[in-house]
Write a protein that binds this ligand. Structure first.
Ligand code: SF4
Length: 435
């Protein structure tokens, strides 16, 4: 568990983004700090309307960088003018709103709520399938709170998913600390069966598989990829955090995989699926990481070319074995993190560039900033559609979108068949609830 401090400037939409970040951080087991000086990570959610605001944002970022251990700058100014923070010499990670929670997790898995009840949020149904993991990572504090995996039956989880669909969920997010080890405690690896059964539920909806460590997923990857290939409802997306391209570092991290296992999983998915998304995470600056280890991580990133990448600068969590290791200097961690973040921008930018001019079947998952909506295609790539009201596009709609442009974390698109999903469809009114 880490503590965070978050400051938000600007419009109500920006405040909404901060609420989302806070919710994800709390779901990940983090807690608010009394102030920036007590926080493990401080988050500055910026606005950029007039020059005076920009000057204020830069000044505040400078102050926070002095006061706190780790600063993240996000929001409109960070995305549009991130170079101003770098040019001012401010030591901060510049991230899109969606990337902040993963960064703050510091390579640890997200915790799931102890009661493991599903929750409907807009048209998104959150389905925690199990709590706990089968690992003992040396840098992780989360495992102390959650313990070993404890898996309810497939039937129980399918019933919860069914209740979410009946309550209006259009996207079921299958979550867990490590979804790949679901069922391990009962002697039977049941994730492929569970996903198959959820996809069998009547209704038009999508299913997103949450974080699955490469060590756990490797044992079932051939069966799993068939479930992906055969079920259109399942987003072709996996989040498998590799954390390092060096086997020596993985050993010191006490991860349950080595680089070749991770590569095998990726190659199997590459062979079987045409358009899919690999999301992975790297921890940069682990205490025993040498320059050669860092280069191995850079090589892995460049060769595997994930479409979504979270880069986290290592920081110590109290009570963990990694906290007792002699750490690297801040400058080394900063330089490695900068190099990897730059490579990430190129690799992810290339993935979105390849989508320009193509048309994708998307689900409108949630409102974006202003009058935009956030959509997800079959590979869970994010596509933003502007002027949603004028186009009659609502959250929960399914429609075809042509990608017209992109930045490094999402694409922009134009609907080609506005309002298709609304025609004659009798949709349940989604209301926040517990199913
Ligand atoms: S898999 Fe590793 S990082 Fe994730 S919760 Fe378990 S011990 Fe922590």
């Amino acid at each position: 568990m880490a503590t965070y401090h978050i400051e938000t400037y600007g419009c109500s939409s920006n405040r909404g983004e901060s609420r989302e970040i806070e919710r994800a951080l709390r779901d990940g087991g983090h807690r608010p700090a009394a102030g920036p000086e007590d926080a493990d990570v401080a988050i500055l959610n910026t606005c950029t309307v007039v020059e005076k605001t920009e000057r204020n944002m830069l000044r505040r970022a400078e102050e926070l960088a002095e006061e706190t251990a780790d600063l993240v700058v996000t929001g409109c100014m960070a995305l549009a003018q991130g170079e101003m923070f770098r040019e001012a010499g401010i030591d901060a990670e510049i991230l899109h709103w969606d990337e902040v929670p993963s960064y703050a997790l510091n390579g640890e898995c997200p915790t799931v709520t102890p009661d493991a009840d599903p929750v409907l949020d807009g048209v998104v149904g959150i389905l925690p399938i199990a709590r706990g993991c089968m690992s003992n990572c040396s840098y992780c504090i989360t495992k102390f709170a959650t313990g070993r995996v404890d898996s309810p039956t497939v039937e129980e989880n399918v019933e919860k998913a069914r209740a979410l669909v009946h309550a209006g969920a259009k996207e079921i997010r299958v979550t867990g600390q490590d979804t790949g080890v679901y069922g391990w405690d009962t002697g039977d690896r049941k994730l492929p069966e569970l996903l198959d059964r959820i996809c069998d539920i009547d209704g038009e909806f999508r299913v997103r598989l949450g974080m699955a460590n490469p060590g756990g997923i490797h044992g079932i990857h051939e069966e799993l990829v068939e479930v992906f290939a055969e079920n259109e409802k399942l987003y072709d997306f996996i989040h498998a955090p590799v954390q390092s391209g060096s086997d020596d570092v993985l050993e010191d991290m006490r991860r349950q995989h080595r680089v070749d296992k991770f590569r095998e999983v990726v190659e199997t998915f590459d062979d079987r699926l045409d358009h899919w998304t690999l999301s992975t995470d790297f921890i940069v600056g682990f205490p025993t990481e040498t320059e050669a280890d860092h280069e191995r991580s850079m090589d892995l990133l460049e060769s595997v070319r994930p479409e979504k990448i979270n880069v986290t600068r290592f920081s110590k969590r109290p009570g963990t074995d990694a906290a007792d290791m002699k750490g690297l200097g801040g400058t080394v961690k900063k330089e490695r993190s900068k190099a990897m973040s730059e490579l990430k921008m190129t690799v992810v930018g290339d993935a979105y560039e390849s989508m320009v001019g193509e048309t994708f079947d998307v689900l409108v998952v949630e409102e974006g900033t202003g009058d935009s909506v956030k959509c997800r295609d079959s590979a869970y790539r994010q596509i933003i559609v502007q002027s949603a009201t004028d186009r009659g596009v609502d959250v929960g709609d399914f429609l075809d979108v042509e990608v017209t442009g992109h930045n490094t974390v999402y694409a922009f698109g134009e609907p080609t068949d506005e309002g298709r999903a609304s025609e004659g469809e009798d949709r349940a009114e989604p209301t926040p609830s517990s199913a």
